[in-house]
Design a binder for this molecule. Structure first.
Ligand code: XMP
Length: 510
């Protein structure tokens, strides 16, 4: 598949560059500066992007251009640190800026293949200490700002382009148009679409699996459910899908997932393991211990089911996992691409259940999995659900997890989430949840004094969950939800709203 390789110099935005290119329907992967021409060829690279990075090109040990890159003749878009490397390598000059520029800047000149002709004001996001002081021979200056005389440069003949600012961030509103122009200059085919992703994944699963069967554990979440749909498309009845209902999902969710997957033709084995999980959680209040207990119970239930299925229907050779591209990038060692593991260990399955792994989503970002889900017919309200943690409601039930406390939490959570959808606020937030705290307090209801539970509501905005801000939900909405909860759940007499960002808070309370 033709791709754009993004060389990572340590910018916090590297992943974003890759995602933006994929938004433009071009397949893109991340490599380290050690990437060789042969490795570029193995990716069918048709263009290269050099990311920004935190260092100065003159610092000791600062990474250089990938060896042999310029001899490949590939088009190169060099961003920030990447542009400085390119400038220095080709005979230009890089110097510390008089002021370290950080923030928005307006481009005052705009010329050339990438920047010429983009209409209206062009706001660019800058973050740099060094600047290009002199462009290399063959290059022209294609943009400047008041503080940065060389904000962009290009040598169109060699298809080499440099940007001192970041086109990949939202703070550069026309950045996507710029990336689009680069892809145009590079002659990139635009074939990275959901249909193509699915076709490719289906073909590679078929090739890998042959006539064998594949076992898949479904948790109820979007990723594993979508994987089920994809595998069903690829190998039909040779997919053995086991849905372990841990009893820790939201109200009605297990039934809904089951109905949707069955409706789409998947022959689902459902294991109703709620009691098994509750037993494992009995008397545990420590959040880490809860997570361990849940992980252990899952392995036990899944392994037992796998053995049962194998006894009944014969051996199964493959196990499918919903590994995503960010997991792959994260598991890469310090040497990066060369050590990316092709196999992750399946956490803790017993030795007699030795499966080979199939990971059809290992090249995909989460939003691409959602597009695939859409294309494969998953109902929209299931597909667009907020992220939900594997250990489920157990970690939102602070203190002991009992059937009764789970029931209360489930209803409160349902009132909150249903109301968010009703008010059109569900997609304004990245994640929303209710927490049943171990606190009880005094209240008054009608003529009577109450002594009941406190629940906390949490809603956040975020891009990837790594950092988050509390959602500024309208007061009217919060008032309505609070009334609804207290009126419909007698066990609750107090509702609080969490106004902590992450950091210092986390999203989950646990
Ligand atoms: P925190 O609480 O660490 O959560 O700010 C960040 C994001 O990760 C989710 N989360 C989990 N997801 N298994 C998961 O699949 C887990 O064990 C887990 N713990 C937290 C959390 O819901 C939030 O979206």
């Amino acid at each position: 598949m033709p791709s754009v390789v993004v060389v990572d110099y340590g910018s916090q935005y590297t992943r974003l560059i890759t995602r933006r290119l994929r938004e433009l329907h071009v397949y893109s992967v991340i490599e380290t500066p050690a990437v060789t021409p042969a490795r570029l060829r193995s990716h069918d690279a048709r263009a290269v992007v050099l990311s920004g990075g935190p260092q100065s090109v003159y610092a000791d040990g600062a990474p250089g251009l990938p060896a042999g890159l310029l001899d490949t003749g590939l088009p190169v878009l060099a961003i920030c640190y990447g542009m400085q490397l390119l400038a220095r390598e080709l005979g230009g000059a890089v110097a510390p800026s008089s002021v370290r520029e950080y923030g928005k800047a307006v481009l005052t000149t705009r010329e050339g293949a990438l920047l010429g002709g983009i209409e209206g004001e062009f706001v660019a996001w800058m973050s740099h200490g060094d600047s290009v002081a002199e462009v290399p021979p063959g290059f022209t200056i294609s943009a400047a700002t008041d503080d940065t005389p060389v904000a962009a440069m290009e040598d169109r003949r060699r298809r080499l382009y440099g940007l001192q600012f970041h086109p990949e961030v939202r703070h550069t509103p026309k950045g996507l148009a710029l990336l689009d122009r680069f892809l145009h200059e590079a002659g990139m085919p635009r074939d990275w679409t959901s249909e193509h992703i699915i076709d490719q994944a289906v073909a590679s699963v078929r090739e890998r699996v042959g006539d064998e069967r594949v076992l898949l554990g479904i948790s109820g979440g979007v990723d594993s459910s979508t994987l089920g749909l994809l595998l069903h498309r690829a190998i039909g009845e040779r997919l053995v899908a086991v849905f372990v209902d841990n009893g820790l999902l939201r109200l009605g969710e297990a039934e809904e997932v089951e109905r949707a997957l069955r409706g789409l033709g998947i022959d689902l084995v459902v294991v109703d393991a709620g009691e098994r999980f509750l037993a494992a959680l009995a008397d545990i209040v420590d959040p880490e211990a809860k997570r361990k207990a849940i992980g252990g119970a899952f392995i036990e239930v899944f392994a037992a089911e796998a053995r049962r299925v194998q006894d009944a229907r014969g051996d199964i050779r493959f196990l499918a996992q919903g590994t995503l591209y960010p997991d792959v990038i994260e598991s890469a060692g310090a040497d990066g691409a060369a050590t990316i593991k092709s196999h992750h260990n399946v956490g803790g399955l017993p030795a007699d259940l030795a499966f080979e792994l199939v990971e059809p989503f290992r090249n995909l970002f989460k939003d691409e999995v959602r597009d695939v889900a859409d294309a494969l017919g998953m109902p929209k309200h299931l597909r667009d659900r907020h992220p939900f943690p594997g250990p489920g409601l157990a970690i939102r039930c602070l203190g002991e997890v009992t059937p009764e406390r789970l029931r209360v939490l489930r209803v409160v959570d349902d009132v909150f989430v249903t109301s968010l959808r009703e008010f059109g606020l569900y997609h304004e937030t990245w994640q929303a949840l209710a927490v049943l705290t171990p606190l009880r307090s005094v209240g008054v209801m009608g003529d009577g004094r109450t002594y009941a539970n406190t629940v906390a509501l949490r809603a956040v905005t975020s891009v990837d969950g790594m950092t988050a801000d509390w959602a500024r939900l309208p007061h009217e909405f919060l008032a309505t939800v609070s009334n609804r909860i207290v009126n419909s759940v007698p066990e609750v007499n107090r509702v609080v709203y969490d106004i902590t960002s992450k950091p210092p808070g986390t999203i989950e309370w646990e």
